[in-house]
Write a protein of this length. Structure first.
Length: 187
C-alpha cells in the first residue's frame, strides 16, 4: 500500500477562525473607555471643588478685613437715639444711616437675612481687598466692660462701653458668599 501524501495546510486558507480575538478586543476597548470617562468626570469634579474652595477663601479673607474695618467705623459713630419697641409683637425695623442701625427688633427678620434691607454700605473695596465688602453695624446699647463693674458704687470710669453687632459680606461668585458677624464693644 502506498503511503498517503501528507497534506499541509495552505497559508491562504485559514482553518477554523472564529473571531474570538476581535470580540475580546472590542470588549476590552469598551471597558477601558468607560474607565477613562469615569476618571475624566472625577478630575473635572475635583477641579470644580478646588475652584469653589479658592473662591470661598478669597471671599473669607476679604470679609475678615472688612469686619475689622467695620468695627472701627462703629466705634467712631454716634449712637442712634431712636430705640425700637421690641416688646409690642410688631416688626418696627428702623432705617439705617451711613451703615449705623438702631438696635434690631426681635419681631423682625434679621437684617442680614432680609432681601429688602437696603442699609448695606461699602466697607472696603479693591485694591485694599480682593473683593468689595459691604456691611452695617447695629447699636446694641451700653454694657459693662468688665464683670459687675456697673454694680460698684460709684461706677468706675470706663466701666460702660458701647456694644455693636457688626455684619459684613463679601461675594466672589453666587456660590461663594461669606457673611461674618461679630459683637464688638469699646469704651
Amino acid at each position: 500500500m502506498a503511503p498517503l501524501p501528507l497534506r499541509l495546510p495552505s497559508p491562504s486558507v485559514p482553518l477554523g477562525q472564529r473571531g474570538a480575538a476581535l470580540a475580546t478586543t472590542l470588549i476590552l476597548l469598551v471597558i477601558v473607555t468607560l474607565i477613562a470617562l469615569g476618571a475624566t468626570r472625577f478630575v473635572a469634579q475635583e477641579e470644580k471643588m478646588a475652584s469653589g474652595i479658592f473662591d470661598r477663601a478669597i471671599a473669607f479673607q476679604s470679609a475678615e478685613a472688612g469686619l475689622r474695618r467695620a468695627e472701627a467705623l462703629a466705634l467712631q459713630s454716634t449712637p442712634p437715639t431712636a430705640q425700637p419697641n421690641n416688646t409690642d409683637g410688631v416688626c418696627n425695623q428702623t432705617s439705617c444711616s451711613g451703615g449705623l442701625c438702631a438696635p434690631p427688633d426681635a419681631d423682625c427678620t434679621p437684617r442680614w437675612k432680609d432681601s429688602s434691607f437696603t442699609g448695606w454700605i461699602s466697607i472696603l473695596s479693591p485694591p485694599d481687598v480682593p473683593l468689595p465688602v459691604e456691611g452695617f453695624y447695629e447699636y446694641l446699647g451700653t454694657y459693662p466692660n468688665w464683670y459687675l463693674c456697673d454694680r460698684e458704687n460709684p461706677v468706675p470710669p470706663n466701666c460702660l462701653g458701647r456694644r455693636y453687632r457688626v455684619t459684613v459680606r463679601a461675594v466672589r461668585t453666587p456660590g461663594a458668599t461669606v457673611i461674618l458677624e461679630s459683637q464688638y464693644q469699646g469704651s
